[in-house]
Design a protein around this ligand. Sequence first.
Ligand code: MSP
Length: 656
Amino acid sequence: MYKFDNNKKKFYVTTPIYYVTAKPHLGSLYSTLLADVACRWYKLKNYNTFFLTGTDEHGQKVAEAAFKANMPPQEFVDSFISDYKKTWNDYNIVYDDFIRTTNESHVKAVQFWLKKLIESGDIYKSFYSGFYCTPCETYVTEKDINSNETVLCSSCARETKYISEESYFFRLSAYQDRLLKFYEENPDFIIPQERLNEVISFVKQGLKDLSISRTTVKWGIPFPEDNKHVTYVWADALNNYITAIGYGNPTKEDQFNYLWPADLQIIGKDILRFHAVYWPAFLMASELALPKHILAHGWIIVNKQKMSKSLGNVIDPQVLLDNYGSDIVRYYLTRYMAVTQDSEFNIDDLERHVNSDLADALGNLLNRMIALSYKHELHEVKAPENWSTKELELRDSFWSYLDIIVQYMQDGYFYMALSTIFKFINQVNSYFHYKEPWKIKDKNEFNEVISATCHSIYSIAILLWPVMPVKMEQLLKTLNINLELKTDLISELSQNRWDKTFMLNKSELLFKKFDLNKEKDQEIKQNTSGATLVKDKVNSTDMSLENIKIEDLSKVIILTGTIISCQEVPKSDKLYKLQVDFGDYGIKQIVSGIKKSYSESDLIGQQNIFVFNLEPRKIFGLESHGMILVSKVSENDNKIVLVRPIEKVQNGTRLS
Ligand code: MSP
């Protein structure tokens, strides 16, 4: 149970919970890191902090990935947890709880929630027919459908699946006006504020009730007293933010009431609609307060494309860690991946900034100050009785910067706070050069310059600690200070009259410079150039390289068949409806997306190879009973080529 001190303020921060279909990548690290930076900031302010992260383990996407990996879903999701925890640990991300949506306590609390909303009438049973995007786990509403084309998902543009089933619905339409009123009254609900406009215009277009159960998916939380239905993965996942801290659990009521509402929920812009529309509506229906702020950051892009598992351009945080260490990556991500927009991750850029910002501007200032003091045998640096004009100017200027930094940190613009801290670092450097302490003969005058520099560096180290905790603690040790989080250190910085005494210790070089002309190691070059690592591929959902047993292969029936008819599918520019003759196995209808590559006359009368025993599914409202085998021209070229026997064989001949 979380222990809290009633005399302190609290700060509750969350990250998205990650789909466990692969190991964490730099994108997931980014969201989690921002939460850690925010949490550490409030630790500096001596708040009771609570940091929640975890994994989203149910739903069709995860079930399909487990199926591809030939593992039971629970075993499959279990296999990724240690990778997540290790990565967060390696990056000094200190979370208070790691929720897994397969935890029994979460399952029970979600069922409690469902029951409550069924009783209040906010959830009701009806019938759903429409399109579903598995990669996004989203229902595509009619207004998203591009009428004269295949039904593509409005957010990822991939083809959706048609589903038609009995379903429970959440009465989202009833919350449209309350949501709009809430946005109007809380313009700072979403950070950055500009993103609120897209949300408002989405809600203004009209909200339909949301299907929140599936009967075709088995991997999920069963509905209370109606086990045939499994909870829609987003209704399951969003509730993690309350179930983890005790919602629905009478023994944790105090903790829940203390921590909820969350103060900051960090997400990527891709999942803003879920968090800014569905989630607040769920909370309103549950009579719970809404989170104070949602920070929706942009994407990390590599070679101008969003970094994602399916594109195969993911950067492995472990490779970066091995090459640069945690704090440098933390710094580069927090400062140069601006939350307001998409940002290109570039390894040369990272090294350049380490050299200029960390090694030159900050590290060098510290080294010169310590070396000079040792040369003058000054180890104990006392503050002067009265400061001179230049030093008072420096202190005043720090206080003005501090106000701006505090504001940026509170508003979630961590990258702007960092750039302001570096403005001050540059000013301290200018002061140091202006004073030329290496030329000063007078002891008191020399001491004053060193003391002003020490006070400045001390303040900088505190402010940079949320981003680079290890390096800043090392820096503070050179000033003989152990960081203690027992008082509000940020307020102290604003009240500090610069009256501290510092003992100076020599330490190892804080930041080493990179030789920018040196050829990079193969590992880092490969990992950051957008190429997929084989190491990653093995774990990815796209392809498992594990061997399978011959019995597994025999489950798939692959047959030769001749296409005897080929028709266009109305409103689809990709699909054909094929009738295929499988000899003794009969004639089957197969719907296939090959229209862009082949004309009807290319296909009719041709013999091809098909997966014969694929579970029937509806595509564009048409039943499809198998799959034609095709190959892409290459991994990077989506043009497809049919796979055919090079000589005619009997229809219905088995290949596997
Ligand atoms: N499981 C859902 C979230 C449920 S929260 C109740 C999900 N998971 S995810 O693993 O696909 O992605 C989660 C988050 O990872 C994104 O919202 C974003 O915060 C982060 N990122 C994934 N790829 C990213 C980039 N390329 N760049 C930056 N962040 C990215 O959606």
